[in-house]
Design a protein around this ligand. Structure first.
Ligand code: FUL
Length: 470
């Protein structure tokens, strides 16, 4: 974003080269925001959040003991000997994920049943007591090596709820949980995201006790201390939970962010595992903290692999809808791919991912506003002048979120023989907002901001024409 620090330079350049258009305040260039549009309106994203915002699309892998028991939530009593992938191939996962356009992968290092995909020295319930690689395997290591090889970022899911551990519900378990976190954050290179699930407390094996353990979700985990461990060991990693601190849950598992989607939120009104999370999905315009949403959804009905769902893999068109309704609504997309019992991504899922990536590439093949002149008549209006009239049916809007999220209402207009016509409108923009509409042909487009907290800081809008019209 360093170009934003040179707005005056380009403004001056413009006046030198275009002084015949005196009513125009500035032509937007690579660095086009004016001094007056650079007002920062807190809350602002941290550096680690800004880096995460660039990723937009990354994968979840649910692969663990449940894969072998055909379950979604293991009770914690399945013997370690049941974990036995015969052809585990993390290179295949990473190549498939990367070719679908995703930037990282988050793996279920430990799910609610407590089984660990790495040979933790703090428990016997792990790959070290499984037949896989004769107990010498370390799946997190394998995945880290593959990610490194192909240039994908690695994230970890460590379930706070552990239905295997005898001390779950007591302070001893919190020490155990933090020790495990320490192992994962120390031994596998850079971790881009740490994922803490909100489901916790209930029935389980608990070392043979087989009882029901409820915990106080607000106090039991003493999250502040755990967060400081992550900050110390992996300062660049973002932390996900229902309540942040860096990223929060979008509030559903079907793949849609809200049309109104604020990164700011009153953090103190949230806690992990809260029941009425849905009402906070939109964030809050005047929220105190920058905690954008992450949209997690599975490519199949379940999070884990189940053979009887082989025919239920979401179609490329369905996945494309999810892409538009998450990334295109100021969220990120965490798309889950359940690895099968062989230890590979199933062919049906691979094909759906190839289909999705082809659709997205076609949608965004050519930004037809790339050679346009951008005019800033006033801070609330971005005018786009194309050299010749062009058809388009997608517009991509972006705020410079390093300055905060400001816009709460906007409309898109085109100039026609009958005058200006509104073709689309919306509320928030944030990191990215995609709008789709029936094709229009025009050479003169206006993005009109109707309401914002301060002078909007809109980056150059992009226009696309897609064969797959709404
Ligand atoms: C949920 C968990 O309970 C599911 O098993 C899954 O891991 C999903 C991503 O989060 O809360």
């Amino acid at each position: 974003m360093k170009h934003l620090y040179f707005p005056l330079f380009f403004t001056v350049l413009f006046f030198i080269s275009c002084n015949n258009k005196t009513n125009i305040e500035a032509v937007f260039n690579e660095a086009w925001l004016l001094e007056k549009d650079l007002v920062k309106i807190p809350p602002l994203p941290s550096k680690r959040q800004m880096e995460w915002q660039q990723l937009e699309f990354y994968a979840f892998i649910h692969f663990n003991m449940n894969t072998f028991t055909n379950q979604e939530w293991g009770y914690g009593d399945t013997p370690a000997s049941v974990f036995n992938p015969k052809n585990l191939d993390t290179d295949q996962w990473v190549k498939t994920i990367k070719s679908a356009g995703m930037k990282g992968v988050i793996i279920t290092a430990k799910h609610h049943d407590g089984f660990c995909l790495w040979p933790s020295k703090y428990t016997e319930y792990s790959v070290k007591n499984s037949p896989w690689k004769n107990g010498k395997g370390d799946l997190i290591k394998d995945l880290a090596v593959s990610c490194d090889k192909y240039g994908l970022k690695l994230g970890i899911y460590l379930s706070p709820w552990d239905r295997n551990h005898p001390n779950y519900g007591q302070q001893e378990y919190i020490e155990y949980f933090r020790n495990q976190l320490g192992e994962l954050l120390t031994n596998y290179g850079p971790i881009f995201e740490v994922w803490f699930d909100g489901a916790n407390g209930g029935d389980g094996y608990y070392g043979g006790a087989r009882d029901i353990r409820k915990v106080d979700k607000k106090t039991y985990y003493q999250w502040n201390e755990t967060i400081s461990i992550v900050r110390k060991l992996q300062p660049d990693a973002v932390i996900f939970s229902d309540a942040g601190p860096d990223i929060r849950w979008v509030g559903n598992e079907t793949g849609q962010a809200k049309l109104t989607s604020w990164a700011p939120i009153f953090k103190d009104s949230l806690y992990p595992g809260m029941a009425d999370f849905n009402k906070f999905s939109s964030g809050q315009e005047n929220g105190t903290h920058w905690i954008p949403t992450e949209t997690d959804v599975s490519i199949r009905p379940g999070w884990y692999y189940h053979e009887d769902q082989d025919s239920l893999v979401k179609s490329p068109m369905k996945l494309r809808e999810i892409y538009f309704e998450s990334i295109g609504r100021n969220s990120s997309l965490l798309l889950n791919i359940p690895v099968d019992r062989r230890g590979k991504i199933h062919q049906n899922d691979s094909l759906a991912l190839v289909g999705l990536s082809n659709l997205i590439k076609a949608d965004f093949k050519e930004n037809i506003a790339v050679n346009a002149t951008f005019i800033n008549q006033d801070p609330y209006t971005q005018e786009i002048l194309l050299p010749t009239p062009k058809y388009f049916n997608i517009i991509s809007l972006q705020e410079d979120i390093s300055l905060g999220q400001k816009v709460s209402s906007f409309e898109i207009m085109i100039n026609t023989a009958q005058g200006w016509r509104i073709i689309s409108k919306g509320t928030t923009i944030g990191n990215k907002r995609f709008l789709r509409f029936k094709s229009v042909k025009s050479a003169h487009i206006k993005v009109k901001i109707l309401n914002a907290k301060n002078n909007p800081s809109l980056l150059k809008s992009k226009l696309f024409y897609s064969e797959n019209e709404v």
